[in-house]
Write a protein that binds this ligand. Structure first.
Ligand code: ATP
Length: 293
């Protein structure tokens, strides 16, 4: 798998504050990669280093398989914080200004406005936009020049539920078009809904990184019940069941549990199940497990 960004042993100190401590991970091409961690865990610092606005104290990184240079940076669109658009100018005019600063033509402007669903409002003044529209305009601005990689710092911060859903939908659409998206978030729920890869940071230390469904969910629990729990426990003793209230719980690695086999085994041993349910270990529980270690 091709790697878009490779972080190699990056550390960053602000005076005595160790904001990042020897962080390494790879971002695969085409992924939606979440950098997840509470406030102050070093997410913005890491993005700042990758975007060349901050210098690492030690370590390095590669963009698109090589030492970063002006050319590789052209492939990256960024949204670091809500940019300061001119309030009294239209969305279109604001993007023209950004395009000029970036040295890009105006041909792309309608296209990116269409992508973020603002084309019909392109002549409205920025000051008349809702917060969600402002954030979408910022993403449109990041999309100028059709970059392969987008880096977004907390893209849904401060938005209402509708605005959040719009941005998340947009990220998924851009991902389906083949863009790699790297986003910082302090919300587990957001990473679960939007990302397929995650790196979890805590106080500047990388706790884990990998596919979301491997990092955050590694356990399936099958719940079973019937009228005679003792007999059921006996019949399922090979599965090492644990009793919880009026249920037995069987633990499996993700994707391994076969409910039909369990059901058949019980029935062949004279038990009719009243309850058979596959429960994924909650992400929250797994996340707490990772971050508390
Ligand atoms: P948030 O979600 O709040 O933005 P974050 O995960 O992005 O948090 P950073 O902003 O990277 O975290 O901060 C990491 C640590 O570095 C924090 O302890 C922060 O106080 C410290 N820090 C960040 N910028 C500076 C700075 N310019 N000078 C001194 N310390 C800083």
């Amino acid at each position: 798998m091709q790697t878009v960004l490779s972080i190699k042993n990056i550390s960053k100190k602000y005076g005595s504050i160790q904001a990042l401590n020897n962080v390494s991970f790879d971002v695969p091409k085409g992924s939606v990669f979440g950098i997840l961690g509470p406030n102050g865990s070093g997410k913005t610092t890491l993005l700042g280093i990758v975007l060349n606005v901050l210098e690492a104290s030690s370590g390095s990184y590669e963009l698109l398989g090589k030492e970063p240079d002006a050319d590789s940076r052209k492939h990256i669109g960024t949204l670091l914080e809500t940019p300061n658009f001119y309030h009294y100018l239209s969305a279109e005019k604001n993007l023209q200004i950004v395009a000029e600063i970036k040295g890009k033509g105006f041909d792309d402007i309608d296209n990116v406005l269409q992508k973020v669903n603002l084309l019909e409002r392109k002549t409205s003044k920025f000051s008349t936009y809702s917060l969600g529209m402002k954030q979408r305009l910022a993403i449109a601005s990041a999309l100028l020049g059709n970059p392969d990689v987008l880096i977004l710092d907390e893209p849904t911060n401060g938005l209402d539920p509708v605005g959040i859903a719009e941005i998340r939908g947009l990220i998924q659409t851009l991902s389906a078009e083949g863009k790699t998206i790297i986003m910082a978030s302090h919300l587990l729920d957001e990473v679960e809904k939007v990302c397929n890869y995650v790196a979890i940071l805590k106080k500047g230390v990388l706790l884990t990184a990998g596919k979301v469904d491997e990092v955050l969910v590694n356990e399936d629990i099958v719940e079973v019940s019937c009228n005679d729990l003792n007999k059921l426990a006996n019949v399922l003793s090979n599965y090492n069941p644990k009793q919880k209230d009026n249920l037995l719980q069987l633990y499996f690695a993700t994707g391994v549990a076969k409910l039909d086999e369990i059901n058949k085994h019980c029935f062949e041993n004279g038990i009719v199940l009243t309850h058979l349910y596959l429960r994924k270990k909650s992400l929250e529980a797994k996340f707490l497990e990772i971050t508390n270690n």
